[in-house]
Design a protein around this ligand. Structure first.
Ligand code: B3K
Ligand code: ZN
Length: 847
């Protein structure tokens, strides 16, 4: 049935010594001539090459054209019979024709606004030429591009060029998924970087004319990334040139092609007027992420796609540490955990759950998930906690020394930790191979100066994995005295059994435990804690993560009670008082303490507690709690709103950004009391996108944004990136009962260019983010969404499949909603000619 299995892995029976490409560009008929220098490793093996949507013109071996009986062409590839192959090394020459202009899937070679660009990960290179398109086949590339365009780029170093042609040479053996080619009328924002060993690297960010004044921030972020990888990991850049290109039509965020990163323009271009503080922070992180891949991904790559988290988990972990170092570490950690819970926990708890290293798939593009990326990063963080900073550095040094130039596995990765530190990671490996989020319950015992914590762990079943062995879980714990002093500082307890106790001796009074500090493991901690104790931790915990978490849990319990007509404990509103008044606490931290858990999180929490979540009741509970919060602290919030105004010209740094985030959090709450007066004033006076969009968001949530939305549209209709925000924000934040109708109206807007992935994601993502709107009782949200997935699928299956995850929570709802969601999914699955991408996703969603 098209399932690909890890257990079936076999090495490629040929080595590939060298690749030479000649690409003659034309929108409807690009000619790709490829010469592959191959050497057989297994006697009598056929040469099997991948290839899709290629028109084969000729095929030759060592210069001699093959006859029709020497090979076979299928819709997925080209096979050369063993009898037609020499015994020793040989060269294969193929000529194919492709049509980049007709490529709407944005995988392989395609066109965006008149420029040519490529996306090859995971399996796009096979849409460019016949090739062993698998990551364990690595080779140096030489590329000649011919085309009547001013800028012609490929990987590596430039060799020679003339009018209408350019030649590139990439000396580092690489898998085909890292190949890139760009051609267009582009301008460069240039700079340079001197590496730690004194080599000069030319840096360019290529954009469309007119965008060059929005590249400065990304360039600075690139230089910071290059320096950080040298100081923190000892990794130096390895070519004379590093190029980044921004494109408007791109299926994901960015791509780490060797020496030629290609970015969604959303994650490069920034100016104070058009990008928010969050955008700046993301741009910095994504630039870093793609740059860091040069070592973790490119120099050391994956043996097969099952090992994807080897490069992605590690590289996400590296970019998270980079941001934590450059900005506010504790705030970054809280944000990362919020993302993990919102995306990965949700995935782990539904029909799409899979291990960070899956063992089967149908379409690999469906596995670029929060589990592979964000959970993958958590696993690296846990390893680091278990072996300590020094052990981690030793393990990584060994990894780079031993595996440079190789295509590796999770086993290779764990082995360097075991060898460098002497630890046994056999049990830890379950984190990679098993799906699901462990639940850890804790109980405490206090007698005669002895304080005992007893942990129990279990992991709920996931698709295909009914029973789970216990995991090796690092749990960081600290103990506070009743007057708030830290009496036992952070210690890592290692849980390895189903049930395990740890005792602290010689304590004068019963302590207050702070458990799972810094979110030391991606688990659900299930612990009965009184409101008083949570309030105590929210005020006194020395661990910023757990301080925030105490408030978060209070808010969550309060919302759960309100959404089920239970009795809410009154403590939450009061407990926030000291944090709001704590002017020593960072504004960004206080802003996070003010943000309520999202509706999706509450729905999941209710489901976990054995209830059927009602999206409308959850929305209502959250709205009323926000209003009560505003009332309870109105004076303080008003004072913060004024005090947090940032004077002077806009700076995207963490300091002023944190002040703005606290100011906007206060505004969101105050708008529930002042009828939107402050938000209207701010919207009228704002000079940067952060405040402008923040004010607009508050107005939308209050249903008072009609005029502001029109003003915003009139001002920004010529700017694609800003208009994406306009589509997204109004849908995500509008009153839920209006969301499906608004979505329909916006889909008719002439600016809804649905073939552009950013615009499509803005609209669909906006609707999906409106929890009660997407799940509207009458199923209108589901129907609208399904209609559009069906429409996009034949054009761009990858993006359609990715967005289908909006349905991943359908089984936790009431029977009526379930029936409507199921009908929508079955309608998708019933489409004739449905892509493998969307078919696999809907099949898994239906379970
Ligand atoms: N490696 C790419 C993602 C490719 C996605 C292919 N469907 C970006 C990144 O993780 O850096
Ligand atoms: Zn990545």
């Amino acid at each position: 049935d098209g399932t690909i299995r890890l257990a079936d892995y076999t090495p490629y029976p040929f080595t590939l010594e060298r690749v030479t490409l000649r690409v003659r560009l034309a929108p409807r008929a690009t000619r790709v001539s490829a010469r592959l220098e191959l050497a057989p490793q297994v006697d009598g093996a056929a040469l099997v090459l991948d290839g899709e949507m290629l028109h084969l013109i000729s095929v030759a071996i060592d210069g001699a054209p093959l006859g029709p009986n020497d090979y076979r062409v299928t819709p997925t590839g080209l096979t050369i019979h063993p009898a037609a192959l020499p015994e020793g090394p040989f060269s294969l020459e193929t000529d194919v024709e492709i049509a980049p202009e007709a490529n709407t899937a944005l995988e392989g070679l395609y066109m965006s606004n008149g420029m040519y660009c490529t996306q090859c990960e995971a399996e796009g290179f096979r849409k460019i030429t016949y090739y062993p398109d698998r990551p364990d086949v690595m080779a140096p590339f030489r590329v000649r591009i011919e085309g009547d365009l001013p800028v012609l780029l490929s990987n590596g170093n430039p060799v020679a060029s003339g009018p209408g042609w350019a030649e590139w040479d990439d000396p580092w053996p690489k898998p085909a998924y890292l190949f890139a080619l760009v051609a267009g009328d582009l301008v460069a924002h240039s700079d340079s970087f001197t590496t730690q060993s004194g080599r000069e690297v030319a840096l360019n960010i290529y954009v469309r004319p007119g965008d060059e004044d929005r590249c400065a921030f990304a360039m600075e972020a690139l230089k910071r990334s290059m320096r950080w990888d040298e100081t923190e990991y000892g990794r130096e850049y390895d070519l004379d040139l590093f190029n980044i290109v921004a494109v408007d039509d791109f299926n994901m965020g960015a791509m780490e092609n060797k020496g030629l990163n290609i970015f969604n323009s959303k994650w490069v271009l920034a100016s104070p007027e058009t990008a928010t503080d969050k955008d700046y922070e993301r741009i910095e992180a994504i630039i870093a992420h793609e740059y860091f891949h040069n070592w973790t991904g490119n120099r050391i790559t994956c043996r097969d796609w099952f090992q994807l988290c080897l490069k992605e988990g590690l590289t996400v972990f590296r970019d998270q540490c980079f941001t934590a170092d450059l900005r506010l570490g504790p705030v970054k950690r809280i944000e990362d955990v919020m993302t993990l819970r919102a995306r990965q926990f949700r995935e782990d708890q539904g029909p799409l759950a899979h291990p960070p290293r899956p063992d089967h798939y149908k379409e690999i593009n469906n596995f670029y998930t929060a589990t592979v990326y964000e959970k993958g990063a958590e696993l690296v963080g846990m390893l680091k906690r278990l072996v300590g900073d020094e052990g981690y550095r030793k393990a990584l040094d060994l990894y780079f020394a031993r595996h440079d130039g190789q295509a590796c596995t999770i086993e290779d990765w764990l082995a360097v930790f075991e060898e460098a530190t002497g630890r046994d990671l056999a049990q830890f490996k379950h984190w990679y191979t098993d799906a699901g989020t462990p639940r850890v319950t804790v109980s405490e015992d206090w007698a005669d100066g002895r304080y005992t914590l007893t942990f129990e762990q279990s992991t709920p079943p996931t698709p295909g994995q009914p029973k789970k062995p216990p995991r090796h879980i690092p749990i960081t714990v600290g103990l506070l005295s009743p007057n708030g002093e830290e009496i036992v500082s952070s210690t890592v307890l290692e849980l390895t059994k189903t049930r395990e106790s740890f005792t602290f001796e010689g304590l004068g009074a019963k302590p207050v435990a702070s458990i799972l500090r810094d979110f030391s493991a991606p688990v659900v901690l299930d612990r009965k804690v009184s409101t008083t104790e949570r309030a105590f931790l929210l005020t006194h915990d020395t661990d910023p993560f757990n301080r925030w978490e105490a408030g978060r849990m209070l808010a969550r319990e309060c919302l759960m009670a309100r959404a089920t007509a239970g009795t809410a404990e009154p403590g939450y509103l009061e407990a926030l008082g000291p944090v709001l008044a704590d002017d020593d606490a960072d504004p960004a931290f206080r802003a996070l303490c003010l943000s309520l858990p999202g509706e999706d999180e509450i729905a999941q929490a209710l489901f976990d507690a054995g209830q059927t979540p009602d999206p409308d009741a959850i929305h209502e509970a959250r709205e009323t709690l926000a209003k009560d919060l505003a009332r309870a602290h109105e004076d303080r919030l008003a004072a913060l709103y004024d005090a947090m105004a940032v004077p002077g010209p806009y700076q995207p740094d963490a300091g002023p950004a944190g002040q703005r985030s606290l100011r906007l959090a206060a505004l969101g709450l105050l708008s529930r009391l002042d009828g939107g007066a402050r938000a209207e004033a701010l919207f009228a006076s704002a000079h940067n996108m952060t405040e402008s969009l923040g004010a607009l968001s508050s107005l939308i949530a209050q249903g008072r944004a009609e005029a502001a939305l029109a003003t915003f549209r009139a001002r920004w209709q010529g700017d694609r990136l800003v208009m994406d925000k306009w589509f997204m924000t109004q849908l995500a934040l509008c009153p839920p009962e209006t969301a499906p109708d608004l979505a329909r109206k916006l889909a008719d807007d002439p600016l809804f260019d649905w073939k552009n992935p950013n615009r499509f994601r803005a609209l669909m993502g906006g609707l999906a983010a409106n929890h009660a709107g997407f799940h509207r009782r009458d199923g209108a949200g589901y129907r609208f969404y399904a209609d559009w997935l069906i429409r996009l699928d034949p054009v761009n299956p990858q993006t359609a499949a990715r967005l289908s995850t909006a349905f991943e929570t359908w089984r936790r709802l009431d029977p009526a909603r379930q029936a409507l969601a199921r009908a929508a999914l079955e309608r998708i699955l019933g489409q004739e000619g449905l892509s493998r991408d969307l078919a696999e996703m809907t099949g898994r969603l239906l379970g």
